[in-house]
Design a protein around this ligand. Sequence first.
Ligand code: 5GP
Length: 187
Amino acid sequence: MKKGKLFIISGPSGTGKGSICKKLLEMDPNLRLSVSVTTRAPREGEVHGREYFFITAEEYQELLEGDGLLEHASVYGRTMYGTPREQVFRWMDEGLDVILEIDVQGAFQVRENYPECILIFILPPSMEELEARIRHRGSETEESLKARLGEAQHEIDLSDRYDHRVVNGDLEQAVTDVHEIINRERL
Ligand code: 5GP
């Protein structure tokens, strides 16, 4: 059986990469989304095991020391995120293509260890639009909004090292664009 491919989708918080991934999973039965671990608290509506595995700093440390994470990163200072290694490779061995929805630090770590992975970056149409989307979500304090916007600019600056970049102005179009990239890479 042909081994599955590993796709990494990154983009600043608020670019809609979560919505894009959700739609891709609905339309393509050969795709799987890796569920990360995080030490941050769940937002309203988030479910343990669906958006993330919400774990304590101690549990995170244990996973890290046991080499259970394919990559990990600290985002916005204190919060830790990581990709559980085992599930990703199990799916690929089954011939399924896997998406990691992770930040740029994590993406470059995965590329070091697994150079065959394909990096896709989702761009907002503009910084103004990005700010408006994050404000609309309403889950941020003014301080964390500023941190997210600063982090967004930093990630955008690094995105020229990605294999593909897609602007999310219109969700349906962005989904089509990313799916085309995935299908081309599968050939
Ligand atoms: P949020 O807290 O808004 O869900 O995610 C914040 C950032 O963390 C996003 O850029 C997201 O892509 C990134 N992220 C989520 N899971 C992981 C992970 O497992 N590893 C890394 N490196 N970044 C992650």
